[in-house]
Each structure stands twice: as C-alpha cells, then as structure tokens.
Design a protein around this ligand. Structure first.
Ligand SMILES: O=C(CO)[C@@H](O)[C@@H](O)COP(=O)(O)O
Length: 218
C-alpha cells in the first residue's frame, strides 16, 4: 500500500469516530491529515454522506487547498485545513465538527473554563473562542491559527460555528474533538448548577504535564 493510500484509509476510518461519538449531523464535519513528506493533505469529499465514505472517495489536495487527485470536490473547509498545515508545521491532523455542546458554547461566544482535571489533561487550560468567519475560504484557518498558536489547547470554538481541533496526528485531532465535546457537556451542566471555579494554574500545569508525558503506556 502506498503512503497516499494509507493516509486515505486512515482519514476514511477516522471519520467513523465523528458519527460514533455523535459529533456530527448529516454531512457536517470533516477530518484531514497531512501526507508525510509531501506538501499534500487528504480530506473528506464535500457533502458526501458518512455511510458512503470510502478510502477511494477521500480527496487529495495541495497545501493551498487545490484539488490534486480525487473524483469528488474537496470539503468546504479544505482551504482552512491547508492554511493550518502551512502555518503550523507541527500539526498533522485537523478536525471540524458541529458537536452540540461545544457548538452551544461557540454560539454563546464563551470559552469553556478550565475547571476539570480532564480539561487540564487534554487542553492545558480553557478551550478558547476563535473569531467568526465565513465558510469557503481560508478565513476559518486564519482564525484557528491566530487563536491556537502559542496555546496548549488543541481545540478552538469558532464563534457561532463550532469546534475545530488540531493534533500531531489526525487521530490526536479526533481525540481532541471527542474530549472537547465531553468537557463541553459536563461544563454546561456545571454552569446550570451554579458558579464555576477554574483550577489553580499550577495544578493545571502539573496535570497537563502528567497526562501528556506520563499517562498511559509509554
Ligand atoms: O460547517 C461547515 C463548513 O465549515 C460544513 O459545511 C461542514 O461541516 C461540512 O462541509 P463539507 O461536507 O466538509 O464540505
């Protein structure tokens, strides 16, 4: 299997997590991955039903978002994904969802406060709000980069739109999208119970370091 075919298969498989974890409705959302060693990305075809996605249906584009190989038109967000890859070389995966709880915080235009150990672990602080931007150009990508550059968070809630996540791999970006929705739900419930206190900064730093560098099987 070629590198490109392996990336197509991985990106196709990762899309199943968006439906499995109820992060998208109908054809909303998308996943992309940078192709190792190439100035290329692989992304979902635009508007194609999740149950019709196959590795062969995945679209290959250059890092300006231009179609290189594929039968279908690339995702509406391709130029934004490409912008992120051009400006954040450490990023190899980008995900967009309309997951309901995270999107509710985006509609509100309010960052999710870092009040849970699970948020410190994965996000290293609050989940920030990015600027409102129209779809179909690289404007969303510009907002993602300006918000996340220098942040520990792999997730940004684009105002009045929804979450975008980044990762050192496409799988890491999908995990961030799943965890973003999980904490968005918990924190929305917490907000209904009353005032929320953020964790102390030193606790966030300690938790983040442990989770990122010690937790799990090494
Ligand atoms: O919200 C947007 C674009 O940001 C939706 O159109 C997107 O979730 C799905 O578009 P695509 O099917 O990937 O073109």
């Amino acid at each position: 299997m070629s590198v490109l075919d392996a990336v197509r298969a991985e990106v196709c498989a990762l899309h199943t997590h968006l439906t499995r974890w109820n992060l998208v409705t109908w054809t909303a959302g998308n996943v992309s991955a940078r192709v190792p060693g190439e100035d290329l990305l692989v992304i979902k075809p635009s508007g194609v039903s999740y149950d019709e996605l196959t590795p062969a249906a995945m679209v290959v584009c250059d890092l300006d978002g231009k179609l290189v190989e594929g039968e279908h038109s690339p995702s509406s967000d391709t130029e934004s994904h490409a912008y992120v890859y051009r400006h954040m070389p450490e990023v190899n995966g980008v995900v967009h969802t309309h997951s309901p709880y995270a999107t509710a915080w985006a509609a509100r235009g309010e960052p999710i406060p870092c009040s849970l150990t699970a948020m410190a672990d994965e996000f290293g602080g609050d989940i920030p709000i990015g600027p409102f931007a129209l779809i179909g150009s690289d404007d969303i990508g510009r907002g993602i980069v300006e918000t996340l550059r220098g942040s520990r968070s792999p997730a940004v809630l684009m105002r009045q739109h929804g979450p975008f996540t980044i990762g050192a791999s496409a799988k890491a970006a999908v995990k961030a999208a799943v965890m973003c929705e999980d904490v968005a739900r918990t924190m929305l419930l917490a907000r209904q119970l009353g005032a929320i206190d953020r964790l102390p900064g030193e606790a966030v730093d300690s938790l983040y370091d442990r989770y990122q560098n010690v937790y799990g099987q090494r």
